[in-house]
Design a protein around this ligand. Structure first.
Ligand code: F6P
Length: 320
């Protein structure tokens, strides 16, 4: 394979730049031309491609966002536009494509794979919602950002004897809330994977207060049923405690990637290039039990995530 492409798609995540850097530098090292496609599948359809050299990815390893920019492409949902994208890749002589993104982006990659392009999917999303990999690129940084916020909120929450409901991202997946809950010392977490039990949340707050706790931290994933503003009202009514809602929102997607995210991105990027050199079939690359793994792209996207029940239960034990 002589010419490959790389793009980032969907919501950006810290570590995407580290992945681009690895793909470009490993690709050039293997004697390939590497072309960067701007704004994901949108940029592909608009022909926004440029050849990358080693220095084009200099000084980006530590930066959040993505130097290739990203987009959510409506057009790429329709078969005729996907055909057009395939045609453009063929015209540019790009035989292999590295797609860095979440579930929707890797499904976009699968469409191209089914039209003859070799696609390597890298799990780039803060949500950690891809079942085939233990962790996604950006998740570790997002949770670290949430933890920083939790510590600060805890200070002011204690000073005022308040309850804080902190809403975090994750779309339909509760992993950001779950991991931040365990490592940030939350009283309770509310996750889309679990039946919402507001009574239990209130009970935990009251129990904590009776033991002399000055604050209560509740971490709520954005995908849960009751909207944050309604939830704080219910908690205030039932506990009699002043309760504030803090929505962390896009703050979680920015920032310099942690060591874990840089390493995962770099190792996945290197693996993608190696597989392209070996003329492999299309794959989804990720990490399982500490090892970089590559599964058939179509099969990988069907693999269900495993909910970490033990971690969920541990939150209750630790916050007693
Ligand atoms: O998938 C990443 C993510 O940040 C989700 O956690 C969130 O639900 C969504 O993207 C927000 O999307 P947008 O950037 O399109 O507002």
């Amino acid at each position: 394979m002589k010419r490959i492409g790389v793009l980032t798609s969907g919501g950006d995540s810290p570590g995407m730049n580290a992945a681009i850097r690895a793909v470009v530098r490993c690709g050039i090292d293997a004697g390939m031309e590497v072309w960067g496609i701007e704004r994901g599948f949108e940029g592909l359809l608009d022909g926004e491609l440029r050849q990358m050299d080693r220095s084009s990815v200099g000084d980006i390893l530590h930066r959040g966002g993505t130097i290739l920019k990203t987009a959510r492409s409506e057009r790429f949902m329709s078969p005729s536009w996907i055909d057009k994208g395939t045609e453009l890749l063929n015209t540019f002589g790009i035989e292999g494509l590295v797609v860095i993104g979440g579930d929707g982006s890797l499904h976009g990659g699968l469409e191209l794979a089914q039209r003859g392009i070799t696609v390597m999917g890298l799990p780039g999303t803060i949500d950690n919602d891809l079942g085939y990999t233990d962790f996604t690129i950006g998740f570790d940084t997002a949770v670290s950002t949430v933890l920083e916020a939790v510590s600060k909120i805890r200070d002011t929450s204690s000073a005022h004897d308040r309850t804080s409901v902190i809403e975090v991202m994750g779309r339909h997946c509760g992993d950001i809330a779950l991991y931040a809950g365990v490592t940030g010392g939350a009283e309770c977490v509310l996750l889309p994977e679990k039946e919402e039990d507001i009574n239990k949340v209130c009970r935990k707050i009251i129990e904590g207060s009776n033991r002399g706790k000055l604050h209560s931290i509740i971490i709520k994933a954005e995908g849960t049923k009751t909207p944050g503003d309604e939830l704080v009202k219910i908690i205030e009514e039932r506990t009699g405690k002043e309760t504030k809602l803090i929505v962390l929102s896009y703050l979680q997607r920015g920032g310099s990637p942690t060591m874990n995210d840089r390493l995962l991105a770099t190792l996945c990027g290197e693996k993608a290039v190696r597989l392209l050199c070996e003329e492999s079939e299309s794959k989804a690359i990720g990490i399982s039990d500490g090892h970089i793994v590559a599964y058939d792209l179509k099969e990988a996207l069907k693999m269900p995530g495993i909910f970490n029940q033990e971690m969920y239960e541990l939150i209750d034990v630790l916050s007693k």
